[in-house]
Design a protein. Structure first.
Lengths: 287, 340
């Protein structure tokens, strides 16, 4: 491939190859200071969806070690999103060293808070806000549960801010840490946010999971304790590689559910969410 | 760069000693793209590897182990579904290799479950599988009819809850292909395993692997299929009797040339020791096959577009007579309607 960028995010090395220069230059800017990857765990390729689509209405197909056969190509203006989707895809389909939970993770004093839930529950927004308010951002997309000791590995890639969350954070963090506005993507408007330097510097440090939250946005404020069975089933749904890991996945997930309290929280707005998180963390599962 | 790097690492793992990061990066990407990373991981186990490489190959070994467990479980599910029918159920390809404990199964990726049953039992097998939760993958009348009339297998079925595919074969080549293997002999000479299922005899297993490599595809993923041939040849080929039996059996199935070429290519690429009497003399086209098999770069991309297309056309040419090919392609292109 003509252009490439290598980087390590937490314990995972990536090589991103591109037929175009612009996406790689953008990745290099937003991921500046991340370590390199000598032999990467995964390869992502950004290639023309058809040979003539390199120059003529350029269109980016997401390739790599692991692919979804019917993934739709993206316009070149959205190539950064394509790169991020490509990296996520490699993790979702290829990672076998950790149990992957589709969850945001933030840490304080070496202990991790996991925030999971359906798309639109506000994981990324909450993680980004907490990351600006004294917590160490470990990742907005995947929490990596160690198969041996159950600790959480950080995976602090760029945070993907969507729609309303863009305005909520853009004023606070400053332009230097933001990627271009990607309007009209399949998920609406997106801007990528670079984690704080402290979070990047500490990305190799694991944390013991201490609380799991299942937020829902757009409901009256409420807190509900959850039983082990419900937590277990919802986390199997939130995991991309639980089935592929077989017995090791079951053991890791069962250990997490037994050791870590979980709460379902409903919130009407961001201020309520931050307050609920603070109370839940201080009470640590007491409700 | 081509997949020679991967072929060499499989054939001679010690040759990877001292390889630099760029070499490892390319090797691992190729191995993944060719579905050979699990086999490579087992071949390189125990060598002194860079930490990142060892971690990636460790993942690949765990993946292959889990794949093996799932494949054997899927075979057991099919056995239970078909147990009441009193028909021989013969495992094929990857599942057969792991069920029989063969070297070809070590680290191998296994996709669908492939089984062979006598053609007369096909309807009963399909009904029993559907009653046990398998259902058609696609409801396309043309494809369905095409499979049932011309193919050597039922339209693929997928299990409703386990999401795993099964291909039920009654032969090892499409009925439209020029060679017509003796399916009854495949069944008659199959070997019982302890678990109530069966596998092909050693010679038939190698004949099937060769048929699968050439006639049943366009050589995409061919390095993996050729690796099967290498492993089977080395494991079965220690006695002279195997080779004379193989030659006769290949001719009996009309697959003498396919088996011969498969053995020559395995010898060229993996250094497989083969009986020259069965492998025959080198042909000019062997080199083209080799180039096609190696058409993979260090990013895991397929190369040699023109050559690939030629093999694709050829695979259809071998699969069906010209009049039928024209009609089939016209329907697939949307030019002709299936009822016409």
């Amino acid at each position: 491939m003509r252009h490439e960028h290598r980087l390590r995010i937490g314990p995972v090395g990536f090589r991103i190859g591109s037929a175009w220069k612009a996406p790689v230059a953008l990745l290099a800017r937003l991921y500046a200071g991340y370590p390199g990857a000598g032999v990467p765990d995964f390869t992502v390729r950004l290639e023309p969806s058809r040979p003539w689509r390199r120059h003529l209405r350029p269109s980016v197909a997401i390739g790599g070690d692991f692919i979804l056969p019917d993934a739709a190509p993206l316009p070149l203006a959205h190539a950064l999103l394509a790169a991020e989707m490509g990296m996520n895809l490699q993790m979702a389909l290829g990672a076998r060293r950790w149990l992957l939970l589709h969850a945001a993770a933030v840490a304080r004093d070496g202990r991790a808070l996991l925030i999971t839930g359906h798309s639109g529950a506000g994981k990324s927004t909450l993680a980004a806000l907490l990351g600006e308010r004294g917590w160490r951002l470990m990742g907005d997309e995947f929490a990596l549960v160690d198969l041996a000791d159950g600790r959480i590995h950080g995976f602090p890639r760029l945070i993907s801010l969507k729609n309303g969350a863009i305005d909520a954070l853009a004023g606070e963090v400053g332009e230097a840490r933001l990627g271009p506005l990607l309007a009209g993507t399949p998920k609406g408007a997106i801007r990528h946010l670079r984690p704080r330097d402290e979070a990047i510097a500490a990305m190799g440090e694991t944390a013991r999971p201490a609380l799991i939250l299942f937020p829902r946005y757009g409901f009256a404020r409420a807190v509900r304790p959850m039983g082990e069975a419900e937590i277990f089933v919802r986390l199997t749904q939130a995991s991309t590689n639980y089935v592929a890991l077989g017995e090791a996945g079951f053991r890791a997930l069962a250990g997490l559910v037994r050791r870590v309290p979980a709460l379902a929280i409903d919130y009407p707005d961001t201020a309520a969410a931050l307050d609920l998180v603070a109370r839940a963390w201080d009470g640590r599962g007491a409700g | 760069m081509n997949a020679r790097l991967l072929v060499r690492a499989l054939a001679d793992p010690a040759a990877t000693a001292g390889m630099d990061d760029a070499g490892w990066t390319a090797l691992l990407a190729m191995a993944r793209a060719e579905s050979l990373i699990g086999s490579l991981a087992h071949r390189l186990a125990g060598l002194d590897l860079p930490d990142t490489v060892a971690a990636i190959l460790g993942d690949a070994r765990r993946s292959a182990d889990q794949g093996r467990t799932q494949a054997l479980w899927e075979a057991e599910m099919a056995r239970r579904a078909l147990a009441g029918l009193d028909m021989p159920v013969i495992l094929l390809k990857g599942t057969a290799y792991v069920a029989a404990g063969l070297a070809a199964g070590v680290g191998r990726t296994i996709g669908d479950l492939d089984i062979l049953v006598p053609r007369a039992c096909l309807d009963a097998a399909e009904a029993a599988l559907r009653a046990a939760g398998w259902e058609p993958v696609k409801e396309d009348a043309y494809d369905d009819l095409y499979y049932r009339r011309w193919m050597h297998e039922l339209p693929p079925l997928i299990h409703r809850t386990r999401d795993r595919m099964i291909d039920v074969h009654h032969s090892i080549l499409p009925l439209t292909a020029r060679p017509t293997p003796d399916a009854a002999a495949l069944v008659a000479d199959s070997i019982a395993l302890g678990n109530g299922l069966r596998v092909l005899s050693p010679a038939d297993m190698l004949v099937h692997a060769a048929a699968h490599l050439f006639a049943d595809g366009d050589l995409a993923g061919g390095l993996r299929n050729l690796w099967d041939i290498d492993r089977l040849s080395r494991e079965f080929g220690e006695t002279a009797a195997f080779w004379t039996g193989l030659g006769a059996r290949a001719r009996h199935h009309g697959l003498g040339p396919a088996v011969a070429r498969a053995l020559r290519l395995a010898r060229r690429l993996y250094g497989t020791p083969v009986d020259p009497a069965v492998a025959g003399r080198a042909r000019a086209a062997d080199g083209l096959h080799e180039r096609r098999l190696l058409a993979r770069d260090g990013w895991g991309r397929e190369r040699a577009r023109g050559l690939r297309f030629a093999f694709y056309v050829r695979s259809h040419w071998l699969r069906m007579p010209p009049w039928m090919l024209a009609r089939h392609l016209a329907i697939k292109a949307g030019v002709l309607r299936a009822g016409a």
